[in-house]
Write a protein that binds this ligand. Structure first.
Ligand code: DGY
Length: 320
């Protein structure tokens, strides 16, 4: 009997086809909506491999009801949607997709910095709505990136790729991370700072840390109160790292200047979310790694990891 693979979202056939000959492959039929929980539980209960998305909750209940499961391969570098400890305790290998998405996600982070600081979304929306009546001396004035101070919270691979881009804009780079990046400090001149100092001095505060128990709610009212009133806050990591109510207050009361958000605590964000009512918020629908080349490369890593585990070989990017 062929081993069973369940894919929780409709993926391009070119990414899935190589699996079909040797395995029984089943896939949720929709690209634009998550598999319902009951279907996921049912499919997982007989699957040997799960190919999952960051929007799927792969929790204790699911793992403990899936006796055949050998591997969970997540289409993301982040894996906060998976109960890693339970997977480990049940002998299930979990893999993710680092490295191949680093530069693409850094491009997006930098793009969002520019978009937010220079109010590009607002300007484009107004033009399309017929609001461009005249060139105005102080219309759409924003903040400069050039020579500004960039503070990066979470100096992993993506953080460093953003920091390297910032050098082209002559920006000074501060970073805060669990561990010091001595090599990057001497190679590129990035400067380590305690979190409070980074928050107080940066013109742009960019969050690129993983969501963990340590980072959940890290950017709270106290942290926001330390930032400059001219600061631009950017989150391309995970929404739960930020206290969204506190962020709303800080932006509404103009205690910080603007925010660019590619992620929300609950995704997709609800259309009546208070942050969406603010003109100084720029938002994107979690598209950090969304380039064609990168998404296909991520899928290739997932596919390879699944095959490796099902064939008894060691996969790359193993988390458990
Ligand atoms: C990831 O890979 O964790 C990103 O959030 C996807 O864009």
């Amino acid at each position: 009997m062929k081993k069973r693979i369940y894919i929780t979202r409709r993926l391009p056939e070119e990414a899935v086809a190589p699996l079909r000959e040797n395995y029984e492959v089943r896939m949720w039929s929709e690209e634009a909506s998550s598999v319902p929980r009951d279907v996921l539980l049912e499919e997982a209960s007989t699957a040997h491999a799960l190919w999952t998305m960051l929007s799927d909750s792969i929790d204790r209940e699911l793992i403990e009801q899936s006796p055949n499961l050998k591997v969970i391969s997540n289409l993301a570098v982040g894996y906060n949607n998976i109960d890693i400890e339970t997977a480990k305790a049940n002998g299930i290998i979990v893999t993710n997709t680092p490295d191949v998405l680093t530069e693409t996600t850094a491009d997006l982070a930098f793009g969002l910095m520019m978009m937010t600081a220079r109010r590009l979304g607002e300007a484009e929306r107004d033009l399309r709505a017929g609001e461009w009546k005249s060139w105005t001396p102080m219309g759409y004035v924003g903040m400069d990136l050039y020579r500004a101070k960039l503070g990066i919270i979470g100096m992993g691979r993506i953080g460093e790729a953003v920091a390297r881009r910032a050098r082209g804009f002559d920006m000074d780079v501060l970073y805060h991370n669990r561990t010091r990046r001595h090599e990057s400090e001497s190679m590129y001149g990035f400067v380590y700072a305690e979190l409070d100092k980074l928050l107080a001095e940066s013109d742009f505060v960019v969050v690129l840390a993983p969501l963990t128990e340590e980072t959940r709610g890290l950017i709270d009212a106290k942290a926001l109160a330390k930032m400059k009133s001219t600061a631009v806050f950017i989150n391309v990591a995970r929404g739960e790292i930020v206290d969204e109510e506190a962020l709303y207050d800080a932006l509404h009361e103009k205690r910080i200047w603007a925010a660019g958000l590619d992620v929300f605590a609950k995704e997709p964000v609800s259309m009546d979310h208070p942050l969406l009512t603010l003109p100084n918020v720029t938002t994107l629908p979690h598209i950090g790694s969304a380039s064609i080349k990168t998404r296909l490369a991520m899928m290739e890593l997932n596919r390879q990891a699944i095959v490796n585990v099902l064939e008894g070989e060691e996969p790359k990017n193993r988390l458990t």
